[in-house]
Design a protein around this ligand. Structure first.
Ligand SMILES: Cc1cc2nc3c(=O)[nH]c(=O)nc-3n(C[C@H](O)[C@H](O)[C@H](O)COP(=O)(O)OP(=O)(O)OC[C@H]3O[C@@H](n4cnc5c(N)ncnc54)[C@H](O)[C@@H]3O)c2cc1C
Length: 323
């Protein structure tokens, strides 16, 4: 069996790894230059930011054992500091952590790199359509016995349409997220939290990750790296707004939380995620029937987090192997 996989995010790589380990020939197609999809890391100068998922909290699900026992864990860090709350310009302690939260020192992309070790991956190859040819599926000028679509479900839906297939994906809806990367030549000090969340989502800025408190080496000594994620309502309303409009809103909140100096970062970038996390998901078993040669994986058919993306990939591989 030869399997083609679209997407070198955690779902696609989990599927590819499981198939490869079972002796199946697998090729992964990835439109971007690197691993990880929404487990994305950006390095600017001496700053390192996780622009998508900022941590993984697998809560005992299978990915936890994979990260801690199967994959090289030398770069893995357990985030010791808890998550605090921010509301109306004040930061207050949040709930006591109930489970372990992880990150990778070099950035979250590392998880994908580890999952992808030894696999055959065609980077910078966007699959525009599929074609059914004599019982096989052709994509990117190659033929496969089966295909796994491990991309956000709206993108999978478009690929399915190219072969006149439909699955009940219509109800899966992804939200956008504007994620801001902020570097400061200022020291936030030894804060007692790794991130702050607005639990009621009243502020446009709902999640602030202190990258330099989360894991060591994210910013030079005396500097601070922050990732500010804007909430779904603000992100939807400002999907196409100028960077300055988005930055002004976030920086005003930071000035309120930490003081006026925090309104002037030395580095500021806006990362726009059109499909950040599914607000509603489909059920893997409903969209994927046994015998199908096109399997849908990814967080859109399992749940809106990295550990679910992983499980969707493993399940997709299992389904093909069982046949
Ligand atoms: C801002 C943000 C914050 C998040 N925070 C957290 C968090 O704190 N904790 C957590 O657990 N999860 C978080 N998530 C969600 C988590 O990142 C995702 O659930 C998970 O990474 C999804 O993995 P995936 O493999 O399903 O999809 P993706 O990572 O999106 O991978 C899909 C891949 O397919 C590629 N692709 C798409 N179409 C094509 C095509 N036609 N041809 C070739 N390649 C294609 C894409 O480039 C991408 O690399 C967050 C996500 C975002 C964006």
């Amino acid at each position: 069996m030869r399997v083609g996989i679209i997407g070198a995010g955690v779902a696609g790589l989990a599927a590819a790894r499981a198939l490869h380990r079972a002796g199946t020939e697998v090729v992964v197609f990835e439109k971007s230059r690197g691993f990880g999809g929404r487990c994305a890391t950006r390095r600017v100068g001496d700053f390192t930011f996780d622009t998508g998922a900022t941590s993984i909290a697998p809560r005992g699900r299978p990915l936890e054992a994979v990260m801690t026992q199967e994959l090289d864990s030398s770069d893995l860090v357990v985030i010791e500091k808890p998550i605090y709350h921010h509301q109306y310009g004040r930061i207050t302690p949040g709930d006591a952590p109930k489970f372990r939260r992880y990150a990778y020192r070099s950035g979250m992309t590392k998880l994908a790199k580890l999952l992808g070790e030894g696999l055959s991956i065609r980077f910078e190859t966007r699959i525009e359509s599929l074609e059914k040819v004599n019982g096989t599926i052709r994509m990117g000028n190659e033929e496969f016995d089966a295909v796994i679509l491990a991309c956000p479900t709206p993108q999978a839906q478009a690929l399915l349409e190219s072969v006149n297939e439909s699955r009940s994906l219509a109800n899966t809806r992804f939200r956008p997220c504007l994620s801001l990367l902020l570097g400061y030549d200022l020291d936030l000090g030894d804060v007692p939290y790794c991130a702050v969340i607005d639990p009621e989502q009243r502020s446009p800025l709902t999640w602030l990750s202190v990258e330099s408190a989360k894991s060591p080496g994210r910013a030079p000594t005396g500097s601070t790296a922050l990732v500010a994620q804007m909430g779904p309502e603000f992100s939807r309303a400002n999907e196409t707004a100028e960077d300055s409009v988005i930055l002004n809103e976030a920086l005003a909140t930071l000035a309120r939380l930490f003081g006026p100096k925090w309104e002037s970062p030395s580095l500021a970038e806006v990362k726009r995620w059109k499909y950040s996390q599914p607000e509603t998901t489909a059920l893997f078993d409903t969209v994927n029937r046994p015998g199908s040669k096109i399997i849908i994986a990814g967080d859109g058919v399992m749940g809106p987090r990295v550990e679910f993306a992983y499980e969707s990939g493993v399940q997709a591989a299992k389904m093909l192997l069982e046949e």
